[in-house]
Design a protein around this ligand. Sequence first.
Ligand code: PEP
Length: 253
Amino acid sequence: MSKRKPFIAGNWKMYKTCPEAVETAKKLVRILHGIDHVDVMIAPSFTALASVYEVIKDSSVMIGAQNLFWEKEGAYTGEISPGMIVSSGCRYVIIGHSERRQYFGETDLSVNKKIRAAIKNSLAPVFCIGETEKERDAEDTFNILDKQIKMGLEGFSPDDLQHMILAYEPVWAIGTGKTATSVQAQEVHRFLRNLIENLFGKRIAGSIRILYGGSVKPENIGELMSMPDIDGALVGGASLDAEKFAGIINFKI
Ligand code: PEP
């Protein structure tokens, strides 16, 4: 089991209108009342952030955004700045999710700029990395992760990464029902912690929380959380239902 406080995040992707998001957040706050053994974050769509914040602000649930654009303001139609996200009550922002890399052309370079902008605005990045099925089959997993980490975090100091959360999400496990086994995930998490230690030192490597993401459900969270380098989960589908998500948060090892 991990030595760090578990962190469980729900990525609501492009699901739920604003009233639906508010309804789910209300249920979650009710079910999770008094919970403090886990940090819980939900990431609704941009249009629901401010309304969901009103629901969770006096509870232990926190909110984050699913993306940002790095400029402060300007003629960037359709984009959302870090300041806008902060003013909606967010403390976190998911960056580099594989769906953004796959469908919206995000690269390690744009991810780097986004992480920089998040940190500058006191938003903790939830930095997502992961290999595709093809890359895993070609035994390229560790090379891919090495590149994603080195490029995504190029130019940062250990202090910059103090509040950052890393999310290992094998692309082949996202939304597919295929979960990495706890042994497969632990192997990668250990590799990532060693890499962080080599790049940024022991202190950050010891404190950084590394989440696993990819078809996490109430039935498999306990086994994943029993591993020493798995500090929590980034949950997609199973976070959309408050009771199911609470079943993950209340995991038993
Ligand atoms: C995700 O969106 O980050 C994710 C892991 O999705 P799912 O849990 O549905 O696989």
